[in-house]
Design a protein around this ligand. Structure first.
Ligand code: K1U
Ligand code: ZN
Length: 176
């Protein structure tokens, strides 16, 4: 188990556009495991590799992590490698989002309500899914990370500037 530190805004590394994974090999599997450990340690439901400073197109997710498997304690995380949106609905949905890289800030974001996407699993096999609800929201939030976009980039310029000021101040206080 290896928990890696999670970068927080306004760290410029979070703005990187992540590179395609060329081959799903042992190194990628180890990175995905570390990402899952880091996500659970931070009480998150998703994480993109760029958030632990590795700009590769890899996402881990466990939407049931708060409950877990009560009997076995088994974690059911899934991994999305090189994810691509194939279709997005005209219909929109609004969810309150949070981000481990934007600590203690939550706000409503509007996104397509339903999507179809493809990705590679940990065996390098191509998978297609249809998603709605929290899965659609979380997948789009994490895929934004792969383009260097944070959920606060969907808010008004004024709100984003205020939040970034607050985050910078909190970071300064934490290191003082
Ligand atoms: O940092 C991240 O990208 C993970 C993020 C995923 C996410 C949460 C909510 C909406 C979209 C994407 C989190 O896990 S934030 C922490 C959290 O568990 C949470 C926050 C708000 C609502 C639900 C869960
Ligand atoms: Zn995030």
């Amino acid at each position: 188990m290896a928990v890696r530190p999670i970068l927080t805004a306004p760290d410029p590394r979070l703005k990187a556009v992540s590179a395609l994974v060329e081959k799903v090999d042992v190194k990628i599997r180890k990175l995905a495991e570390d990402m899952a450990d880091s996500m659970y340690a931070a009480d998150g439901i998703g994480l993109a590799a760029v958030q632990v400073g590795v700009a590769k197109r890899i996402i881990v997710m466990d939407l049931n992590q708060k409950e877990g498997d009560q009997k076995t304690g088994k974690k059911n995380w899934r991994v999305f490698i090189n994810p691509k949106i194939l279709w997005a609905s005209e219909e929109k949905a609004v969810y309150e989002e949070g981000c481990l890289s934007v600590p203690e800030i939550y706000d409503d974001v509007e996104r397509p309500a339903r999507i179809k996407a493809e990705y590679l699993d940990l065996d390098g096999k191509r998978v297609e899914i249809e998603a709605d609800g929290m899965l659609a929201t979380c997948l789009q939030h994490e895929m934004d990370h792969l383009e260097g976009i944070l959920f606060i980039d969907h808010l008004s310029r004024l709100k984003r500037a205020m939040l970034l000021k607050k985050l910078t101040k909190a970071k300064k206080l934490a290191t003082a």
